[in-house]
Design a protein around this ligand. Sequence first.
Ligand code: ZN
Ligand code: CA
Length: 373
Amino acid sequence: MTNKILFLIILVASAIYANSQERCGTAAINQQRMEKSSEYKKARDKVNNQTAKWIKEHPNYTPETTITIPVVVHVVWNTNDQNISDTQIQSQIDVLNADFNRTNIDAINTPNIWQNIAADCEIEFCLANIDPNGNPTTGITRTQTNTSQFQISGPSVEDASTGGKEPWNINQYLNIWVCNLGGGVLGYASQPSEFLSSNDGVVINYTNFGNSGNSNAPYHKGRTATHEVGHWLNLDHIWGNNNCGNDYITDTPKQEKDNNGCPGFPHNINSCNTPNINGDMFMNYMDYTNDQCMNLFTKGQKTRMLAAINEYRPNILTHSLCSGTANILETNTNKKEILKIVDVLGRVTNKQSRGMPLFYIYNDGSVEKKLIP
Ligand code: ZN
Ligand code: CA
């Protein structure tokens, strides 16, 4: 065999490898958690059942006020170029806001046939300006690390013991870690379940975050975070992580597998043994196509994300983590505190038994009688 032929074989093999490489690690994270605990699979099945039920019970749901997700971006850096700029971070927040409100300028590229199911998801994002202690913040943390590269299998960027950064309260903030992520993975997210843990959130490779600065083509338009936040709000890949699998969304067509690059429309007509003249919805954010070829979430996906917020991330619905310092600090200082709890004989107690009245004495002089039912 000549060197030339050998070189060609290697070239073809590496091209195939590059194509089949998973750019999103969410399925791998799920797999890892299932292997660690049989309860995780049950918890995710439960989420899928509860979500279907919630959607059925709320057919005309619209949020009472604008949903704004408070975001904290944790930059965990080893080299200077990993310490991305505030501008690059803000560009990502802007992309999320455009994509989730269908104000993305490439919305016109959605094929006509799907324009009417493309959704304004009515979900907004802000960098938090109040931290978990009630102090003002930029919504950005910066941590220098000795870990040169993080991996799904570890070292884990969500874990301080492996050189990462611990999250802010996962029930209140969307934690987004930006770091040097290895293994060819551009990002990953944790989907909602009772298994929410200290690594709940979204992780994005620093060269695929935002649409400026260090962001690299063809994943340089901030769509990795759009995709991963979709997972964080309970969306699955459009092909259902299986050959013609189920993504639990009715208005996305069945799809055989992931698409890469930038296909022309229509693509893969009549795949999955079903008549489908429009083919794959490869420009959906939950596919694997290039950033500049993605441009929509569907109404079905919007409904599933709103269900996820209501059921699993309800603190997002009401908070003031993006609207200045006043609210939280005021309530903290004005909040009355319990001085002591006494029983009917005036004895200080911390025992609560049924039918026994207790008196709560507060620092503002008020007393409340409470009866344990
Ligand atoms: Zn994904
Ligand atoms: Ca579908």
